[in-house]
Design a protein. Structure first.
Length: 265
């Protein structure tokens, strides 16, 4: 299986051990995940924002807050996974609350007020494009069932391929339940990253320039009731990322000619 060979090569090369690799990899995840949700910050602007706290000129403040909130949520997610913190409803709600900390809204419904900055489940029905999600009164049960299945799988003996598919399946299932008013996509991708970090796998990124194909893969998977559709899409994204990282690392390791500098003047 190509993807397993890529993971092995990625690990054998020690790419994750390169100074600052993790930091820039996490910022790349922040950038792409928030771009999918509407941020217009470039990856360089996201780097400057996270590393130096400087917001880009001419961009809405809300977009910068979306990026910094996602970064805090991602750090929390990775730390929780590495500490083997038990996957639970409360952990998911903490992740979602961090994602929405500075951009969440208050929703007044017939059943009461929901502050989307707290990770609370929605109390109303929602749609996204042509997709309809489960009725709000099913959200808690469906999310509990998902968490229970994921916990059982995480604690069983899984091959690397099964671990990877589990992370993709968790991503698909949570975003299809859509348990929150806001931040469902980001939280679902972070759940995927939690499982990958838990098993010490490289972290997946859904590229923002593949947003249309990503949404179509979600729709097709639901319509065909075939999880292999989404698995195949995510495996393609994952393989692309690993190949890109391996190529960049191997280029960096090539001996340079002379002193390695090109003087322009």
């Amino acid at each position: 299986m190509e993807i397993l060979n890529l993971i092995e090569k990625y690990n054998d090369l020690g790419i994750a051990d390169v100074i600052d690799h993790d930091r820039f990899n996490l910022i790349s995840i922040d950038h792409h995940s928030t771009r999918i949700e509407g941020s217009t910050l470039t990856e360089v602007e996201a780097q400057v924002l996270i590393n130096e706290g400087r917001t880009p000129n001419g961009k809405p403040l809300e977009e910068s807050l979306m990026v910094t909130d996602h970064h805090a949520a991602l750090l929390f997610t990775i730390e929780s996974a590495k500490a083997k913190k038990k996957l639970s409803i409360s952990l998911l709600q903490e992740i979602n609350a961090l994602v929405m900390k500075n951009t969440g809204k208050v929703y007044n419904t017939m059943l009461g007020t929901v502050d989307s900055r707290t990770g609370a489940f929605r109390k109303g029905n929602v749609t996204a494009g042509i997709s309809y999600f489960p009725n709000f009164d099913k959200v808690e049960r469906l999310t509990n069932e998902l968490i229970k299945k994921l916990r059982e799988a995480i604690n069983s003996s899984l091959s690397a391929a099964e671990q990877l598919n589990l992370s993709f399946d968790a991503h698909f299932n949570l975003v299809s339940i859509h348990p929150y008013y806001d931040g469902n996509g980001r939280t679902s991708r972070l759940l995927m990253n939690y499982i990958q970090a838990y098993f010490h796998l490289p972290l997946a990124i859904v590229r923002s320039d593949n947003k249309a194909a990503y949404i179509q893969a979600l729709i097709d998977t639901r319509q065909q009731e075939n999880i292999e559709v989404f698995r195949e899409f995510m495996a393609g994204e994952y393989a692309f990322l690993l190949k890109q990282e391996i190529t960049k690392f191997e280029e960096m390791k090539k001996p340079s000619k002379g002193n390695g500098f090109t003087f322009l003047f």
